[in-house]
Design a binder for this molecule. Sequence first.
Ligand SMILES: Cc1cc2nc3c(=O)[nH]c(=O)nc-3n(C[C@H](O)[C@H](O)[C@H](O)COP(=O)(O)OP(=O)(O)OC[C@H]3O[C@@H](n4cnc5c(N)ncnc54)[C@H](O)[C@@H]3O)c2cc1C
Length: 380
Amino acid sequence: MTNNEELTLFRDMTIKALEAEVTPHYEAWDKEGIVPRDLWRTLGQAGMLCVDVPEAYGGCGVPFEYSVLVGAEMARMGFGALATNVMVHSDIVAPYVAHLGNEAQKQQWLPKMVSGDAVGAIAMTEPGAGSDLQAMRTSAVADGDFYVINGSKTFITNGQHADMVIVAAKTDPSAGARGISLFLVDTSLPGFSRGRNLDKIGQHCGDTSELFFEDLRVPRSALLGEEGQGFVYLMQELPRERLVIGALGAAAARGALDLTLKYVDERVVFGQKLKQLQNTRFRLAEMETDYRVNQAFIDQCIDQYSRGELDAATASMAKFSATEMQCRVADGCLQLFGGYGYTTEYPISRAFVDARVQRIYGGTSEVMKEVIARSLLGKG
Ligand SMILES: Cc1cc2nc3c(=O)[nH]c(=O)nc-3n(C[C@H](O)[C@H](O)[C@H](O)COP(=O)(O)OP(=O)(O)OC[C@H]3O[C@@H](n4cnc5c(N)ncnc54)[C@H](O)[C@@H]3O)c2cc1C
């Protein structure tokens, strides 16, 4: 079997599993504001979590493109919040552990993340430190064989369900970016607590929470990589996160276009099908082109990442361009649904509200432009 055939087979299996396990329940989960914890185990059993983790740690050890495909199919099928949650678990948290963890850390967390027995989260953002991560105030003070963590984080994806959170904290508040370290925090430890699941305008069943650390004692063995290298690690890992967000954006746009192509063939206005009006034809031609140009760039970036050649600026271009396109397409498609597009009964409305955050998390579009500009012009 060729690589392409294998990937197609994996895509078909993923779609079938999602149709069986997610499609019938997703609307109810969106109303409830969270997916059930058990879904993670179901996804694990179906072989959809952390698929590129090496076999030695329970994964399939398949190439990166398989992992992106899982989130992308979720996004294409209109499960934006689930795609975000799974992306954070499989494409952000697991790679940190796989790339930076020591043998004991990998053995402790990766097999459980593959099976869905442990859910992963990463906590960088604080109320006073979003785009400006260096302003974070959460501290980790060494105390014998432990670090004592104090502070709070906000907007943390998978915060409600997380069994392990990668927490970015200052081990040396006087050292700026060089004073940040990363910790693999077991959420069953005393001193860890979760705030409420935040109410959002979209991605309703997405798990997005505040987290609090009060004299949380973690063993020294929970330090991920070296002390003081946290910011360097964040910068190393961000290209993958940004590329995957872009890939989800492109896939979600594909899903919105497919819904719309079907709708304009059914809806009748002024005695003819909506698809016969020139505006409809031109808008869909424009949006399909917008989507395809972006998808081609995303595919190119996936190849570059797989070869270890994706730089930070190019990953930022992928996120910036694909998520802005996603929002343009979601808006343009909704418009073609007229009033029905504004009702929650039609999934295009969910595509619209779910899209908006893609230009914000993982680094805002403005921050992406700054990273790109810096690569062209140096620091301003
Ligand atoms: C649903 C959701 C899930 C999230 N998941 C996670 C998660 O799992 N883990 C995590 O750590 N964080 C997460 N975040 C946080 C997210 O990464 C931040 O919201 C984002 O980085 C922006 O930070 P901020 O909200 O503090 O905005 P701010 O940094 O306050 O930005 C406000 C405005 O200023 C602009 N701005 C900021 N800096 C510059 C600049 N240098 N130049 C020009 N304009 C600038 C921004 O673009 C924005 O328009 C999530 C957020 C949401 C909404």
